[in-house]
Design a protein around this ligand. Structure first.
Ligand SMILES: Cc1cc2nc3c(=O)[nH]c(=O)nc-3n(C[C@H](O)[C@H](O)[C@H](O)COP(=O)(O)OP(=O)(O)OC[C@H]3O[C@@H](n4cnc5c(N)ncnc54)[C@H](O)[C@@H]3O)c2cc1C
Length: 386
């Protein structure tokens, strides 16, 4: 079967690229290893995302945002960040002159809305659940063989297959993987006190705790801690974990009750010197990975998908979307955003994951200082709104 573009991986980022290519006249295949997720109104997904206003706009253009049940989408009006020595930084949508800072929503809810856009489209062929067994290059094309023997030939293959990307390995696109020796422990809670549409974050020497607001007075936690601490948190009785989270969060949200059991994900930094090579482009976690402390991982991925779709469509007259000259434009356009997010999150993680008393004083002074310099605060926040 012959296509212009084959996308491997139908997670949020790969599915968004497939949807964004609709206005092009290109034929597209999407290969996903699993059955698409199904959202349930009865339970909360433990994978929750902070979606930036820029990503929401892109998802609107993809036709997915307007399909969401908005009762399960929580706008964030303000963000309060606490240091480990009486320091605080606060951002508010009001101060920045925007309607909201972000939207908090479940992975499955958004994935389902995106996949709904991909059904019965003339330009798109879906293969799922399907596994790829080989990838090979010819002068003018690239071929993907699936486990059932089907061969897909295309001008361009896009790796959107997540952190352990098979496409990246097949294309021999090695990068620098730096483990953080930390796990992101996630769980959802209902809270005694109202979150008032505020997202909270506590930077501590032994971990970074984020509590994101969810609808119905619920909260989603991401607690980045050492592997040892993560193992012990996962073993705690749920009531005790709730007590510990309430204590670190200074009881600002009162008593907590667990509504989704905890799970943990390993955290690392992945930096690739190149995210393209002839007839291959990487997007999303296949192309980069960052610490979740800024809640930006999937947003960078959406910006990859949006940019790649734009460049492919601009270049359609040339009729070869897999040409390295086209792909290098995508790589150049994405370099600064990816690198600046990697440096910012990595620096903040290292700055706070250190018990040196001098550094401790400096970082807390820094938080308070930023809080009082309005232009600097605006500059920092603007990036996260993209
Ligand atoms: C604890 C934690 C909290 C986070 N919180 C946030 C947050 O608040 N905000 C945010 O923006 N980001 C957050 N992130 C980051 C976010 O989870 C990722 O950036 C995002 O999931 C990347 O999406 P993706 O589509 O690139 O990859 P994935 O979500 O990993 O999707 C990859 C897809 O490819 C499929 N696949 C894999 N291999 C193959 C194959 N060989 N063939 C076919 N299909 C294949 C998989 O089944 C999957 O569907 C967080 C991460 C962690 C660890």
């Amino acid at each position: 079967m012959v296509f212009d573009v084959v996308i491997i991986g139908g997670g949020l980022v790969g599915a968004s690229l497939a949807a964004a290519l609709k206005p092009s006249r290109l034929s597209v295949a999407l290969v996903e290893g699993q059955q698409p997720a199904v959202h349930s109104n009865d339970a909360w997904d433990n994978r929750i995302y902070a979606i930036s206003p820029g990503s929401a706009q892109f998802l609107q253009e993809c036709g997915a945002w307007q399909q969401l049940d908005m009762r399960r989408v929580q706008p964030v009006e303000a963000m309060r960040i606490f240091g480990d020595q009486d320091a605080e930084l606060e951002f508010s949508a009001y101060q920045l002159g925007v309607p909201e800072l972000a939207f908090i929503l479940e992975n499955r809810l958004l994935l389902q809305a995106l996949w709904q856009q991909l059904q019965q489209q003339d330009y798109l062929t879906l293969f799922h659940p399907a596994r790829c067994v080989s990838l090979s290059w010819q002068e003018e094309a690239v071929s993907v063989v699936l486990q059932d023997g089907t061969t897909l030939s295309a001008k361009l293959v896009v790796g959107a297959d997540g952190g352990n990307s098979w496409v990246r390995q097949q294309a021999d696109m090695a990068g620098l993987l730096t483990p953080y020796h930390q796990q992101g422990v996630v769980a959802n809670f209902s809270a005694e006190k109202s979150h008032r549409d505020v997202a909270y974050q506590w930077f501590q020497t032994d971990g970074i705790l984020a509590l994101l607001p969810l609808p119905q007075q619920c909260l989603s936690m991401v607690w980045a801690v050492s592997a040892e601490k993560s193992a012990s948190l996962l073993q705690l009785p749920h009531e005790e974990l709730c007590r510990q989270v309430a204590a670190v969060s200074q009881h600002l949200l009162g008593e907590l009750k667990m509504i989704t059991p905890p799970a943990a994900f390993p955290l690392h930094l992945l930096n690739l010197p190149h995210i393209v090579k002839p007839r291959v482009a990487l997007i999303g976690d296949a192309a980069h990975s960052i610490h979740p402390l800024a809640g930006q991982g999937v947003n960078i991925g959406f910006r990859d998908a949006r940019q790649l779709a734009q460049i492919i469509m601009q270049d359609q007259a040339q009729q070869d979307c897999g040409n390295i000259r086209v792909l290098r434009r995508y790589e150049r356009a994405r370099r600064e955003d990816i690198l600046s997010m990697q440096i910012t999150t990595d620096t903040l993680k290292k700055l706070f994951n250190n018990s040196d008393p001098m550094l401790r004083a400096v970082r807390n002074l820094g938080l308070n200082a930023v809080n009082h310099v309005a232009p600097l605060k605006k500059m920092l926040a603007r990036h996260a709104l993209n």
